[in-house]
Design a binder for this molecule. Structure first.
Ligand code: PMP
Length: 362
């Protein structure tokens, strides 16, 4: 087998409800899932109805997806020819790497960020060049430029960033576009920052920019797997060659079209989540043992600041309460957890559980 696969550490996502329930014995109905940045309000009600009505599941989907790309053109403002669909944005990351990254070539990224970029780089026998962030936690364009090597093919930027939550000003993207490397901006959470903050409009003026999006978060379709990219057409021509046929299934097509036809409803849910994010931020910030980073996403990164409380205490307390959040085994994040924004009652349950973790009682 290929040695790079043998060495590869598997990507570890948030634990599923069923797995957590089996491990802890708490029934699924009593769990609060705040570990994968899913949308607690679910999809548009139109999605469920349309999926039930569809009569052609026995046919392959149309791989050229004209109706969905046209609807996405209206949603994004980008021409339909510059839109490429994928089986979740995860798949598009893999496809881009397969087009651009050969063995021994590298991807520059700014940790902490989405760890899948590193996994996929290893899959391609590539290397990651880690560039430290600026003191304020933002991407340091000058440091990225300085870290580039001749074999660096891709600069990966996640904005707003998972797991730190901050949006990256577009001047940084513009600055780095001048390096001539492929610049990938992962905007999985952009709807929670505001679409006006997207880098998508820069794609028309640059032949080395790819903007990645997903329906998993804002549209509540994580289980149906639909991502897309806004990219120059010359890159799309090559992505088509490396994508297996029919990766975007019929249900995902239907769900996305119905979502885009029900934007008002989904935007209302985004508003609820943004308001709840701010409430959760205030409540967590008021706890004496946590520091919380401001966020433009649907999650918050919280870090234990009281040396008397260990991450394992926090983990045990939340687990006992049936609350799933995301912990990390990454440098600098050992005392942090990422908490997805849920409904107001999820926030209340979380705060109730955290109240039992006062240092005096530890
Ligand atoms: N990018 C980022 C930054 C993410 O956090 C996620 C989901 N965890 C993804 C991409 C993948 O999303 P999906 O494959 O569901 O579209």
């Amino acid at each position: 087998m290929r040695p790079e696969i043998e060495r590869l550490a598997p990507y570890v996502g948030g634990e599923s409800l069923d797995a957590f329930s089996a491990r802890t014995g708490i029934p699924v109905e009593r769990l609060i899932k705040l570990n994968s940045n899913e949308n607690p309000y679910g999809p548009s009600p139109r999605v469920q109805a349309a999926l039930g009505d569809y009569a052609r599941y026995h046919r392959y989907p149309d791989p050229t997806s004209p109706a969905l790309r046209a609807a996405l053109a209206a949603y994004t403002g980008a021409p339909a020819e510059t839109i490429f669909l994928s089986n979740g944005s995860n798949e598009l990351i893999q496809l881009l790497w397969r087009v651009f990254l050969g063995p021994g070539e590298s991807v520059a990224l700014c940790p902490p960020t989405f760890t899948l970029y590193t996994t996929v780089t290893a899959l391609c026998a590539g290397e990651v060049v880690e560039v430290p962030r600026a003191a304020d936690g933002g991407v340091d364009a000058q440091a990225v430029r300085a870290a580039l090597r001749p074999q660096t093919r891709v600069i990966m930027l996640c904005s707003p960033n998972n797991p730190t939550g901050e949006w990256m000003p577009l001047e940084i993207v513009e600055d780095l576009l001048d390096t001539g490397r492929l610049i990938v901006v992962d905007e999985a959470y952009i709807e929670f920052a505001g679409l006006h903050k997207s880098a998508a409009r820069l794609v028309a003026e640059h032949n080395n920019l790819a903007v990645l999006r997903t329906f998993s978060k804002w549209a509540g379709l994580a289980g149906l797997r639909l991502g897309y990219g806004i990219l120059p057409q010359w890159i799309i021509a090559h992505l088509r060659k490396v994508q297996p046929p029919f990766e975007v299934n019929a249900a995902a097509h239907i769900a996305a079209l119905e979502s885009l036809a029900d934007l008002e409803h989904l935007q209302q849910n985004i508003k609820l989540l943004v308001a709840e994010r701010e409430r959760l931020y205030q409540l967590l910030s008021a706890l004496p043992f946590l520091s919380v980073r401001p966020s433009e996403t649907n999650f918050l990164l919280a870090t234990l600041t009281d040396a008397r409380i260990q991450a394992r205490d926090l983990r045990a307390t939340l687990e006992a309460a049936g609350i799933l959040v995301r912990f990390y085994n990454l440098p600098g994040l050992e005392r942090s957890c990422r908490i997805s924004v849920g409904t107001p009652s999820h926030t209340d349950a979380l705060l109730g559980a955290l109240a039992t973790l006062q240092p005096a009682r530890v």
